[in-house]
Design a protein around this ligand. Structure first.
Ligand SMILES: C[S@@+](CC[C@H](N)C(=O)[O-])C[C@H]1O[C@@H](n2cnc3c(N)ncnc32)[C@H](O)[C@@H]1O
Length: 212
């Protein structure tokens, strides 16, 4: 699925992935993995998820990165609160209530000068991407995180390698993608709807010394 396809999906309102309430795994596990309440959190491919506000309400400065201008505009329109807007390179940025939304391509979030985060949350981001792009995603994410950063990753498995999004991402692939840069612990593995199995992972970004 290309970037144009995602933009078209938002235009047509085909956003079956969107949930109106924060994800239960985020609520269950976040407190145990966040390093500091004020650690800046990166939410890649964030859509207009209520998870963004949930994290901000816990004190985190939150940065979501989303391709679709419709998604970010719908996010801020849901609250009657002031919105600040600015441009940063190719990103159109908005801030409301402690949530910054950077509208643009996640893979273009600059590494130079480094923008570093101390935590991340991925629900339906990795699994939204086709296999070749997932490798790129895992590396790019690692480069945006300080050593010691913790994150929550939610993946889905199903039995059709051709089907997606959501794409099938099994435990072996999570290891292959993230083990070079992260300590990985599976926190949960549960049946979800429509023959899908959901796993929740705790990832900790290794420091340079850990990878020697
Ligand atoms: C399956 S949705 C998940 C959204 C959100 N994480 C949630 O839980 O509701 C994937 C989102 O990623 C966005 N997206 C796809 N490719 C992107 C990219 N390269 N950079 C930023 N956002 C992207 C899509 O527009 C879509 O909103």
């Amino acid at each position: 699925m290309s970037e144009l396809d995602w933009l078209e999906r938002w235009r047509q309102g085909r956003i079956g992935f969107h949930r109106e309430t924060p994800h239960s795994a985020l609520i269950r596990h976040w407190q145990t993995l966040a390093r500091r309440a004020d650690a800046p959190v990166l939410v890649p491919l964030c859509g207009k998820s209520p998870d963004l506000r949930w994290l901000a309400e816990r004190g985190h400065p939150v940065t979501g990165v989303e391709l679709s201008p419709l998604a970010v505009e719908q996010f801020v329109a849901e609250r009657d609160a002031p919105v600040t807007r600015w441009q940063s390179g190719e990103f159109t940025c908005l801030e409301q209530g402690g949530v910054e939304l950077w509208c643009g391509d996640f893979f273009h979030v600059d590494l130079q000068p480094p923008v570093r985060f101390e935590a991340f949350y991925d629900r339906a981001a990795l699994i939204a991407l086709p296999a070749p792009t997932r490798q790129r995603y895992a590396l790019h994410l690692a480069q945006l995180l300080e050593p010691g950063s913790a994150g929550l990753l939610v993946t889905l498995t199903h039995d059709d390698p051709e089907r997606g999004p959501p794409f099938n991402v099994d435990a072996a692939e999570v290891q292959r993608l993230f083990a070079p840069n992260f300590e990985i612990t599976r926190l949960e593995q549960d049946d979800a709807a429509d023959g899908l199995e959901e796993s929740v992972w705790h990832l900790v970004r290794r420091g340079p010394r850990d990878t020697d």
